[in-house]
Design a protein around this ligand. Structure first.
Ligand code: Y12
Ligand code: CO
Length: 171
């Protein structure tokens, strides 16, 4: 089932998500719905709060070298934390909850991700490049943070002006 994605400035996006404790069929169905929703919107990452569910869940599907998003690359991340962050990198980020806006954001270049899978099993993953960036972007959502909050004061002002226009055109 495709779920509606909530967009900025919806205040729900500011909510801090809570830990998952049940790894049951309801969660599995929700993960499948998140995947369908993300793929149908041409996304590569989605956090549960973006579909109005404030739980510590995110999904990713990073395109392969040919630009294809395959099931093998589908990653379901529950109750994540990171360790060993290293380096810095700039990448032009976009977000399904801030449609039409892309901006260079600085992130760690590499990190170790600790998380649980849909069965509650504890997993570890070494991430770099786009995967590391996407993990950080999605984990910010779990804290109620959007990438636009990382913009400089002037860039943020410009964004607010541009975004207002986008919202007006949509009406
Ligand atoms: C690097 C940077 C950001 C992330 C987080 C995941 N972000 C996305 O998946 C964003 C996808 C996106 C897709 C859009 O739709 C189309 O391109 C058709 C889009 O649309 C518009 O802006 C109109 C915006 C964002 C991971 C890694
Ligand atoms: Co996002």
């Amino acid at each position: 089932m495709i779920l509606p994605i909530i967009t900025y400035p919806n205040k729900q996006l500011k909510v801090r998500s809570t830990q998952v404790t049940s790894f049951d069929q309801l969660l599995h169905r929700f993960l499948d719905d998140m995947y369908e929703t993300m793929m149908s919107s041409n996304g590569i990452g989605l956090a549960a709060i973006q579909v109005a569910n404030p739980i510590r869940v995110l999904i990713l599907c990073i395109p392969d070298g040919e630009g294809n998003q395959t099931l093998e690359n589908r990653l379901e991340v529950i109750n994540p934390s990171i360790s060993n962050p290293s380096g810095n990198t700039l990448y032009q980020e976009g977000c399904l909850s801030v449609p039409g806006f892309y901006e260079d954001i600085e992130r760690y270049e590499a990190l170790t991700l600790h998380y649980q899978n849909r069965h509650g099993e504890h997993c570890t993953l070494e991430a770099d490049e786009l995967l590391a960036i996407a993990i950080q972007h999605e984990m910010d959502h779990l804290e109620g943070k959007l990438f636009i909050e990382k913009l400089t004061y002037n860039r943020r002002k410009k964004f607010e002006k541009e975004y207002k226009k986008v919202l007006k055109e949509k009406k």
